[in-house]
Ligand binder design. Structure first.
Ligand SMILES: *[C@@H]1O[C@H](CO)[C@@H](O)[C@H](O)[C@H]1NC(C)=O
Ligand SMILES: *[C@@H]1O[C@H](CO)[C@@H](O)[C@H](O)[C@H]1NC(C)=O
Ligand SMILES: *[C@@H]1O[C@H](CO)[C@@H](O)[C@H](O)[C@H]1NC(C)=O
Ligand SMILES: *[C@@H]1O[C@H](CO)[C@@H](O)[C@H](O)[C@H]1NC(C)=O
Ligand SMILES: *[C@@H]1O[C@H](CO)[C@@H](O)[C@H](O)[C@H]1NC(C)=O
Ligand SMILES: *[C@@H]1O[C@H](CO)[C@@H](O)[C@H](O)[C@H]1NC(C)=O
Length: 474
């Protein structure tokens, strides 16, 4: 008798925690395409990104957040929690006419979140395969999809290689003529917010923007922000970044106006380092998109929330990898990641600055390019050629060799704590460290699945589908 009231009290309290205060948050996962390390206001005060800067500075700037060297593999990580060398997507990207895909047996993050009651939407770039309907977003966990299957299309016409590539769910869709992609994406995101109840529903909104991938196209008013930059391509690129910033600002204002911010987490990350060959910049980091150097793989990123981060307004230096978002967000949503997943839950790190849940990650293992890289603690080992852009490309108008096709020793070792810009290969002085990292790399290589990088298939030709890049040819 005596013990009943307290028990009841604790049961009610537990119920409140489960069903009241701890209601899983709305998750807004924003991915910029080809945004360089030195192309955001919090790393470079030449950039005009006031909306992103404000969230980055009030939230947690992730200073050691790693992505893959190119697009498809990073998206593979966000979507599955597995390294691309475990899904067959480790080589290059899925080209429009190649029947590549994220294998159907991998459960995606939105599929998991839907099981937990989330409403799930994607607006923007897919790039994880479309040769069969089963590989497309609305068959992979998303309630709705507005966007495109491939990459590098025109920002206004949505044409890539003579094929139109823009859909709403499964239907070909034509946004208002002449509307810039960043505006199309932000307008659709706001429309989604209008269809979701911030109190009753739980939203997962995945926003893989087209910005700021080539082609360099931007309405003049954004380019004009950078009138004092003399190089046209850099002016355009920076303008594209500012258009992205405005789009994100519009979405965050809408989140706030509609009451979502009371319980929301915003994640912002690039998909890979900046392509210095199309006016992006990664200084002080070495290399570019497509390479295993830090400039290709260490991504500009932050998290922001009004109230979910116990520690914010600082720069977090803990090691995080793109595969970690799946288990981190799934755990936050009340789910449980599968055992054996490559990603680890980093919520304690992200939300309160606890030490990283990992001390090691694999940059990539590419069995076709025959290169690989691994990080263990402060050390990074690169095997084979890191790629074709090996320099520290300065900001335009300065020009310096991008150091193409340099030949490197079979193994290079860098101490990223002492030398984050990879100036000093210390492999020959540290044979023991090299051998330890090689051992770890062999361990991971043993679990690799071969890259699935099929040749182009003429059956993909948009001519066969009324001029559209369409499923139905594999
Ligand atoms: C251009 O002007 C802005 C603002 O006045 C300044 O922050 C930036 O450093 C200038 N950029 C160059 C390349 O001079
Ligand atoms: C998917 O299937 C492949 C090939 O059979 C297998 O290697 C992989 O482990 C499977 N992955 C999952 C998550 O089921
Ligand atoms: C796409 O699907 C969503 C969710 O079912 C729906 O609300 C929306 O109206 C659909 N759009 C079109 C153009 O069919
Ligand atoms: C942001 O919203 C303003 C006001 O509605 C609009 O004029 C502008 O085009 C929007 N920009 C983007 C990139 O969505
Ligand atoms: C570097 O090598 C690749 C192939 O290995 C070649 O396609 C490319 O043109 C070369 N780049 C330069 C600038 O020489
Ligand atoms: C970010 O990381 C670099 C090393 O890569 C370090 O020099 C810098 O101090 C870090 N920034 C902050 C604010 O901790």
């Amino acid at each position: 008798m005596d013990s009943s009231p307290p028990l009841l009290f604790f049961a009610v309290l537990a119920g409140m925690v489960l069903f009241g205060a701890a209601k899983p948050p709305h998750i807004i996962f924003i991915v910029a395409d080809d945004l360089g390390w030195n192309d955001v206001g919090w790393h470079n005060d030449q950039m005009f990104t006031p909306n992103l800067d404000k969230m980055a500075r009030a939230g947690v700037i992730l200073n050691s957040s790693y992505v893959q060297p190119v697009c498809t593999p990073s998206r593979n990580c966000f979507m599955t929690g597995y390294y691309p060398f475990h899904t067959g997507l480790q080589h290059e990207v899925i080209h429009p006419s190649h029947p590549g895909y994220l294998p159907a047996n991998f459960t995606t993050l939105p599929q998991k979140l839907k099981q937990l009651g989330y409403t799930t939407h994607i607006v923007g770039k897919w790039h994880l395969g479309f040769c069969d309907w089963k590989y497309t977003p609305t068959y992979r966990g998303f309630d709705s999809f507005m966007g495109y299957y491939n990459g590098a299309e025109d920002y206004f016409t949505h044409i890539r290689d003579n094929g139109y590539d823009f859909r709403f769910n499964t239907s070909v869709h034509h946004p208002p003529e002449g509307e810039y992609s960043a505006n199309v994406i932000s307008a659709r995101a706001v429309e989604i917010l209008d269809s979701v109840d911030p109190v009753r529903d739980q939203l997962y909104l995945y926003l893989p923007f087209q910005s700021v991938h080539a082609p360099l196209e931007v309405p003049e008013r954004y380019e004009n922000i950078y009138a004092n930059i003399s190089t046209k391509s850099r002016r355009q690129y920076c303008g594209m970044v500012s258009a992205l910033d405005e789009a994100v600002g519009n979405i965050t204002s809408a989140l706030r106006d509609r009451g979502f911010m009371d319980n929301a987490l915003i994640v912002f990350t690039t998909d890979n380092g900046g392509p210095t060959f199309t006016a992006a910049n990664n200084l002080p980091l070495r290399g570019a998109k497509t390479t295993l150097w830090e400039g290709g793989t260490r991504g500009a990123a932050f998290v922001y929330s009004d109230n979910l981060l116990q520690n914010d307004g600082y720069t977090n230096n803990e090691m995080i990898h793109a595969v970690d978002w799946f288990p981190t967000l799934l755990t936050l949503a009340g789910g449980k990641p599968d055992a054996g997943m490559d990603g680890v839950n980093q919520w304690p790190t992200v939300s309160s600055g606890a030490p990283s849940a990992r001390s090691e990650f694999v940059y990539n293992i590419d069995d076709i390019s025959k290169n690989a890289a691994i990080r263990v603690g402060q050390y990074k080992l690169i095997e084979g050629s890191p790629g074709n852009h090996n320099g520290w490309t300065p900001l335009p108008p300065l020009e310096a060799s991008d150091m193409f096709n340099v030949s490197f020793p079979e193994h290079q070792l860098f101490d990223l704590q002492a030398d984050p810009t990879e100036h000093h290969d210390i492999a020959s002085d540290n044979p023991d460290v090299v051998s330890k990292l090689l051992g770890r790399l062999s361990f991971h290589k043993a679990t690799m699945v071969p890259a699935n990088f099929p040749p182009a298939d003429p059956a993909s030709d948009p001519k066969n589908f009324g001029g559209n890049w369409s499923p139905g040819w594999c």
